[in-house]
Design a protein around this ligand. Structure first.
Ligand SMILES: [Zn+2]
Length: 303
């Protein structure tokens, strides 16, 4: 609304001014100064409304790259990384979107592990992820998470370099074509990967491998998530801070779903968890920002 208001205001103002100047040519200087100030004000309001428009934000992100949030750019003493795996076409998307919305609302950057295969077949999740791809890191979570083998074994278990490379590059290029930015983090499905996978990541120029976490939100037995208590996660995080100032919390949308859909009673635990994590003496970072920071620090130390 501000956008059209701004345009209409400028147009009307200019017409009125021109008519008035034609009738009263003398105080031209005053009129031009006053109109200059008012037009500047209207343009400023236009600029704000354009900046706030989600589509323009997307275009800006596409052409100018993402602007880092202040919180993500700072390296705190203790760092929390929230890693949301298994975000994909169709499955549990209502939960994934709700979790990401809540984190963005709290200005908490996180790493979203996206399963590339068929992502664009689900327009809703693909468009949603495009929209949030500057607030969050989009990481690659395998290619199909082992679907091809009927989920009988982890996708990268025992994979040769050649096999791993084919899967990685297919997923990386697909995600990069959708999000128009470099994919720099790889999260191996089921946290299982071969030596060939490590070599393949180098060849595919993916510098960061997310191969560890401090605490998982749920334990999976017989594929059924058993949720850990918030107290347990907070304690594990504190332990992580003592070990290396780092706590990586591994989350999955299915942790908060029942029969494939968002379960409000389970989901309340996520909001509680975020609140408790925010109270810790720590900053939130994505894997990309954290690993990038570590990398540049090690380089500086070696120089
Ligand atoms: Zn997974």
């Amino acid at each position: 609304m501000t956008f059209f208001g701004g345009i209409s205001f400028i147009a009307h103002f200019i017409i009125i001014m021109l008519k008035w100047v034609r009738r009263n040519p003398k105080p031209t200087m005053t009129i031009f100064s006053v109109s200059g100030i008012i037009i500047f004000g209207a343009l400023f309001s236009l600029k704000q409304s354009i900046n706030d428009s989600p589509n323009v934000k997307l275009i800006k992100n596409t052409f100018y790259g993402c602007q880092k949030t202040a919180q993500a750019a700072e390296m705190e003493d203790n760092v929390i990384i929230l890693r949301l795996d298994d975000v994909q076409a169709f499955a549990w998307k209502d939960v994934s979107m709700r979790m990401i919305d809540e984190m963005i609302g709290k200005n908490i950057p996180a790493t979203i592990g996206v399963i590339p295969k068929n992502l664009e077949e689900d327009e809703e999740i693909a468009n949603y992820l495009k929209k949030i791809s500057c607030d969050m890191e989009i990481a690659q979570h395998g290619w199909d998470h082992g679907q091809q083998s009927g989920n009988t074994k982890p996708e990268f278990e025992g994979a040769s370099k050649n096999t791993a490379y084919k899967r990685i590059i297919k997923g990386k290029e697909y995600l990069e074509s959708i999000f128009d930015k470099d994919i720099v983090t790889f999260i191996p499905p089921n946290e299982v990967y071969s030596n060939g996978t490590v070599d393949a990541l180098k060849q595919a120029e993916i510098p960061f491998l997310a191969n560890t976490h401090t605490v998982a939100l749920a334990n999976y037995e017989n594929n059924m998530p058993k949720l850990n208590s918030t107290d347990k996660i907070i304690d594990s995080c504190k332990q992580g801070f003592e070990n290396d100032n780092l706590c990586v919390v591994m989350l999955h949308p299915q942790d908060y779903a029942t029969n494939g859909y968002l379960d409000e009673s389970k989901y309340a635990g996520f909001s509680e968890l975020l609140g408790r994590l925010e109270e810790l003496n720590a900053g939130f970072m994505t894997i990309e920002d954290y690993a990038g920071y570590k990398l540049s620090n090690t380089k500086n130390e070696n120089d």
